[in-house]
Design a protein around this ligand. Sequence first.
Ligand SMILES: Cc1cc2nc3c(=O)[nH]c(=O)nc-3n(C[C@H](O)[C@H](O)[C@H](O)COP(=O)(O)O)c2cc1C
Length: 304
Amino acid sequence: MTIDLAPMEGLTDFTFRGVFNKYFGGIDRYYTPFISPTSTRYLTPRDYKEVSPETNTGMTLIPQLLTNNAEVFTNTCKELKEMGYTTVNLNLGCPSGTVTHKGKGAGFLKYPKQLREFLDYIYEHAVCDISIKTRIGTASLEEWDELLNIFKDFPISELIIHPRLLSDFYRGPVHMDAFRKAVDTLKCPVTYNGDITTVEKAEKFTEAYPDTARIMIGRGLIADPNLAAKLTGLETTDKKAIKKFTTELTEAYIEKFRDEKIAVNRMKSIWIYLSASFPGSEKALKQLKKSQNLVQYKSAVMQF
Ligand SMILES: Cc1cc2nc3c(=O)[nH]c(=O)nc-3n(C[C@H](O)[C@H](O)[C@H](O)COP(=O)(O)O)c2cc1C
């Protein structure tokens, strides 16, 4: 089984990836959170930093793009290819209103005709492998059949499926019937993503889907940074590694943002998940959420 870290905007930027990769093992591939190229500028200086091989050493990274403009997608792939990337991922899963109301991310799934035209163009003009990360529809489970009919017509290098509808956001049960249908229908490699938070859940999944060799994990890996190591039989690290990881990441964020408050807010978003590694830490988490500056943040972290 191979484990990928899911892209998470606001959490898994290059700073996070670099420090995480130093302390925790078992991740096969990392993804950038979505990059939104436009027709005036494919990649901003910030995007370049996000994908630069120099800021992502020692790991396999796949850049993810969020756009519904086929030419922009293709031209951005050309720039990424020049940087050495051989696979680019298309985001068809983002449920955020600011993205979906422009017909991007999971919002693109609402327009099957335009989606097919988009895929026609990008695969015809492909300069590298193109994988897709998708949800199974926008508001009804019945949308999935039509979407699968589209996906099966393209040389998708890998389809990563988060089997929820746009309207589900990240809540409620995952729709495993829809995932099953994809595994039975598609010829391309299929990766599962959604709610894998423990070794038991991953094992239950692999028993049910022995031919699906890849799992992408997001929140579960921040909650338990050793989860990938546990799943791949690597040596796990102890709580001291979590301490070193969070200390180094806080310092890296202070240097990156040159603003302690922004760094503290970033770290708070991480601790919301990471606190699961510290059973009985509800009080510490409450204190941490309230922290307004670095001193208060550090004092709250000591409680963990
Ligand atoms: C805060 C947050 C940010 C996310 N950002 C992205 C993103 O940039 N690109 C993407 O494809 N998915 C994004 N996702 C979705 C995750 O990649 C993943 O599909 C989702 O969390 C379900 O997997 P999990 O249950 O293992 O966390 C985001 C999820 C969260 C919670």
